[in-house]
Structure formats: C-alpha cells, structure tokens
Design a binder for this molecule. Sequence first.
Ligand SMILES: Nc1nc2c(c(=O)[nH]1)N[C@H]1C(S)=C(S)[C@@H](COP(=O)(O)O)O[C@H]1N2
Ligand SMILES: [Mo]
Length: 528
Amino acid sequence: MAHPVDRTAPAFGWAAGVGAVIFGAGLGELTAAVIAPSSSPVAAIGAALIDAAPSWAKDAAIALFGTADKIALIAGIALVGLVLAAFAGWLELRRPRWGAAVVAAFGVVGAVVAMLRPDAGGMAWLPSIVAGGVGALTLWFLVRRLRPAADASTSAAPAIQSDRAADDEPLSPDRRRFFAWTGAAAVAGVLAIAAGSVRSSGAAAVTAVRRALRLPTPAGAAAPIPASAELRIPGLARVITPNDSFYRIDTALIIPEIDPADWSLRVHGMVENEFTLTWDELLALPLEESVTTLACVSNPVGGELIGNALWLGYPIRELLARAKPVSDADMVLSTSRDGFTASTPIEALTDDRNAILAVGMNGEPLPLQHGFPVRMVVPGLYGYVSATKWVTSLEVTRFDQVKAYWSTRGWSERGPIKLQSRIDVPRRAQGLKAGETVIAGVAWHQHVGVSGVEVQIDEGEWRPATLATAISEDTWVQWSVPWVATEGDHLIRCRAISADGEVQTSDTAGVAPDGATGWHERFLTVFA
Ligand SMILES: Nc1nc2c(c(=O)[nH]1)N[C@H]1C(S)=C(S)[C@@H](COP(=O)(O)O)O[C@H]1N2
Ligand SMILES: [Mo]
C-alpha cells in the first residue's frame, strides 16, 4: 500500500510553496493592518511599481481598468507572487532549504522596499519580515512532511545531516497529511488577509475620528446653488457630484490614514516667514465655501474623470501672504503624506480664484480617499498639478529647480484645464425609440467659463444647446437640446464655446502630456 511518491513530482512543491506563501503573506498583511497598512509587502511593492512605472503604463492601466487600476495591480502582484511561490516550493523539494531561503529573501526585498517608501514608519520592515520568515518556515515544514525520516528525527539532529539523509529517501506516501497541512496553511493565510483588510478598512481608527468630526460653520458661505443649475434629466451627470460617485485618481495603493491630531502643514522654501499650521489652527481660521469642478488630465474625451463639489477650506493665498514668498519664486510644490507632489504656478494660488486648502466636501469632512483631512483644490488646473490630497507641505520654489511627480514622468509641468464638453444622454447605443427626446451633457472650462454649447446631428448644421445656469466659471455647466429622433443610425457631436470666445477644437489629442482634445461624439441607433 505504500506507493512511493515520485519526489520530483513538481505539483507537491508547487502546492507547498503556494500554501506556505499564502500563510506567510496573510500574517504579513495582518501585521501591516495593525502597524501601518501601507507597510504591507504587497502594498509597498505595488506602490514602488506605481512610482517606477512609465507614464504610458499608468495611462494604459487607467484606460484598461479605469478607477479599478489598483485592483488590477494588486491582482497582478498576487499572481506573480504565487508563481514565485510555486517555484520556491519546487526548489525546496529538490534542494531542502533553498526554496525556503528564496521565500525569506523575498521577505527581505519587501522589507527594504517598504522602508524606502516616503511614508514609511519605523516599523515598516516588520510585515515583510513576518511574511518572509513565516513563509520560509512553513515551506520548510510542509516539504518535510513529505520525508518520513525527517518527521522522525528530532530537532536535536544536526540539520544539514538530516537534510542530506532526506535527499536519499523516498517521499512519504501520505499525501493526505501533506495536503491537509498545506490546505490549512492556505486557508489560515486567506483568513488572515481577510481579517487584516477588515481591520484596516472599516474599523480603522481614522474612519472613526472622521465620523465623529464636526466641521466649523463657514465664515463665508457659498451662494445657494440655483435650482436652474440642475436640468434634472435622467442620465445626465448631476451638477453636484455626490461624494460616493466622485471619481478617484491617485497613486496611493493604500489610502493614507492621517489622524487630524497628527496632521500639520509646513509652509516653507523661498519665503521670509516659514511656519507650520496644525489642524486646530486651520479650523480656527475663517473657512470659506466654494464650488469647483475637479478634472483629471487622464480624462479622455467623453470620459468620467471629472466631478463637481462644494468645498470648504481656507484660501492658500492667505497662507502664502503670511509666509511672504520672495519675488523670484514662481511655483508651489505641494507634497502629500505618501510622497506624491504637484507643482502649481504661484499666480494660481495668489490671484483671486478660490484656491483652497480644503477640509470639507459636500458638507462632510473629506472622505479618506479624497484626501482626509486636508487637500488642495485649485480652480482651472488639472488635478495632477494642483489637487494634492493628504497634503502636508507647501514649498515655495521655482519651476526650474524642482519637478513634481508627473512632470518627471513625461507630463507637462503646467496643466491648465482645456475647454471640453461631453454628451451624457442618450446614453445607450441601442434601444432608443424614435420620437421626441433630448440630447444633454456637461461642458467645462474652469476659471474661464463656458458661454455656449453646440450640437451637430449627422454632420448637419451646428445647433445651439440651452445652457443651464452655471454655478460659476469654475464649474461645469449642464446643457440640453431637444431632438426628434428618426429611425436609423445617427452620429451626434457636441462642442463648447468658452467665455473668452474659443471654440472647442476638433483636433484630437490624447491625454498625455497635458490633456485630451477633440469633439465628443456618439453613434446611436434609433428604432421605430
Ligand atoms: N496625494 C495625492 N494627491 C493627488 C493625486 C495623487 O496621486 N496623490 N492625484 C492627483 C490627480 S492626478 C487628480 S486628477 C486628483 C483627483 O482627485 P480625486 O481623487 O479626489 O477626484 O487628485 C490629485 N491629487
Ligand atoms: Mo489626474
């Protein structure tokens, strides 16, 4: 009944490697959840990959996966990790301790990467060391289950010798016990990963702090949003984007968790009067409300990486006035807790626009993923050069002295938002019935304003659309045009006219290096 197992059967090694590494990774994730979520091996490696990725790769990721790009990255890392785990298991089977050493070595690599992250805490190395150490020991243990002699030998036996002996012995036929241990390791690892993610999401202390927070009433309230700003057309983007559907774009694989009590902002660099602002000091300042439409430079024509919110914050202009920039400074480099940077022209932060250090979004503290507790909002500039979330430093400097995160990756140093318009309805390319309907969408040219939108059907005359009331030149505006749809195929286009007379160009440009251009068009099939 003892069927000697072919010890070279690689599947045993693969299984042991995968089970051991899942177990190690699980304990590593759990450790990270307790000390700092961003120190997790997967998160640290992911974050390093994001920073190392060329801009075309970021673009491709956003184009392919949209705002699910991070999930795709984590899945990719997990997949590569499992392949390496299987390899380590196979190696351990052939050469005892070598596979375990490979797993341990990956733990050390993870620890180094985690310590090099800009937001690394003093314990950032620990989760990877736990993952690598536990993974290596588990692998060694599991593969030993396949060696009856090793089972019998006590820990007192010289290790090298017992391994040598094991080399010459057939594998235990007891597959059941081996797979029971391996399966248990994998299941325990998955449970640990789940427990870690529960702990670092809902239960996070910062989430509770945020929930308990009451923002002060604004010293300067925004004018009420006119009812006529909202056309109430089903399928048309609402004029104020609810927080839970507001697009999210950032390089943060793990959202920084900052307790406001630990937050401070350093205003420094080419200034006469460097200072640090704490959360309590910020909230004691007269905060102002403003409505500003944020847009991402990676938003393709017709895309959804744009949203409009009522923000509450303090003018950056006032902070800079207090800091007193020297006269040849032309840029402010803002840095977030996780190391992201943006370069904003100093004029945009000192002129009369509502460039703010925001703490509130649509009547709530900023959601964690939108920069809690403090972010920048600057009307008229794409987010990558202005909208730093989790901001902790404003350095007054010069464009010829430092380059911000995306400027070192092929994107323009300056990113004024381009004139654009989008068709929201009719939404579906199929199933539209002939008869009276409406074409509607949004148009924007922040800090310039939109004076008109025109719609063209089937290459005909451009027809003016009716604009809703614009909240301000810093926000998008809804538009609509009635249409009697006839049976058949149609091509619909729109273009905006800016408050300064510019007509939206038909020239198409991709998102890199400074924002997409071209007309949004939609093909529709209308049924009888
Ligand atoms: N800390 C940090 N802030 C950031 C980014 C980032 O990667 N990290 N991305 C910027 C970009 S590219 C955009 S478009 C806006 C998006 O803000 P939102 O996610 O709140 O919509 O945030 C900006 N602020
Ligand atoms: Mo962006």
